[in-house]
Design a protein around this ligand. Structure first.
Ligand SMILES: Nc1ncnc2c1ncn2[C@@H]1O[C@H](COP(=O)(O)OP(=O)(O)OP(=O)(O)O)[C@@H](O)[C@H]1O
Ligand SMILES: [Mg+2]
Length: 182
C-alpha cells in the first residue's frame, strides 16, 4: 500500500510513546558527517533506523551488504540505532517500522532544494510522517560520500572524513582493484 487513506485535512495522530525515526541514504560509504547525524539523532528519538536505499540511481562502490556491515561496525556503540535497507517508497518502509519521523541532513543551500521537494512529496504521501532536518556540524559540512571517493581515488588522504574502519575497507577495495588491473 503506497498511499495513506488519511485525508491531509484530518487531524494528525498524537505522539506515539516510542518515537521511531528513519535516516535514509546511500551511505556509500558512511562518512563522519553521517555519523554525526546518527549520534545526534540517537539522542532525540527512541529508535533510529539507518536505512540504505537499494536500487539507487547512483553506481555504488560498495554493495548493500558491505554497506550494512560498515554501518554496523560504527553504530553498534549506540544501543537504540539499527541498520536496515529498503526498496520502493521510503514512506512505506517507514510505515512498516511504525516510524513517524524521517531524519535528513542539510549541509548547504544546495541540499535544501532537493530535500524540500522530497519532504513535501513524502508529506503528501503520508501526512502523519514528519521529516526532521538537522543542520550539518560545521566541521563536517563539506563532506559527501562522492567527494570522499573522488579524493581517495586520486590518492588524497581521507583520514578524519570517514571512520577508521571505513578507511581500512576503502584501502582494501583499492588494492583489490589494482591487483585486478582495474
Ligand atoms: N556531512 C554531512 N553532514 C550532514 N548531513 C549529511 C552529510 N552528508 C550527507 N548528509 C545527509 O545525509 C542524508 C543522506 O545523504 P547521502 O546518502 O546522499 O550522502 P552523501 O554523502 O550526500 O552521498 P553522495 O555523495 O553519494 O550523494 C541526506 O539528507 C544528506 O543531506
Ligand atoms: Mg547525497
Amino acid at each position: 500500500m503506497s498511499t495513506s487513506s488519511r485525508k491531509r485535512t484530518d487531524p494528525l495522530p498524537r505522539k506515539p510513546p516510542n518515537v521511531v525515526a528513519i535516516y535514509p541514504g546511500s551511505f556509500d560509504p558512511i562518512t563522519n558527517g553521517h555519523l554525526d547525524l546518527i549520534q545526534r539523532g540517537s539522542r532525540m528519538f527512541d529508535t533510529l533506523i539507518v536505512s540504505i536505499l537499494r536500487h539507487d540511481t547512483k553506481e555504488p562502490l560498495f554493495s548493500v551488504e558491505e554497506r550494512i556491515a560498515m554501518l554496523l561496525e560504527v553504530v553498534h556503540v549506540y544501543p537504540n540505532v539499527e541498520v536496515d535497507s529498503f526498496g520502493g517508497l521510503l514512506v512505506d518502509h517507514a510505515t512498516a517500522h511504525s516510524a513517524t519521523v524521517l531524519l535528513r541532513g542539510i549541509r548547504a543551500i544546495s541540499d535544501y532544494e532537493y530535500e524540500l521537494q522530497m519532504a513535501l512529496m513524502n508529506r503528501r504521501l503520508r501526512p502523519d510522517i514528519e521529516t526532521v532536518f538537522m543542520m550539518a556540524n560545521e566541521a563536517y559540512s563539506f563532506i559527501s560520500s562522492r567527494l570522499v571517493k573522488e579524493v581517495f581515488g586520486l590518492g588524497g588522504s581521507i583520514s578524519g572524513l570517514v571512520p577508521p574502519s571505513v578507511e581500512v575497507r576503502m584501502r582494501q577495495r583499492l588494492s583489490r582493484s589494482i591487483l585486478k588491473g582495474a
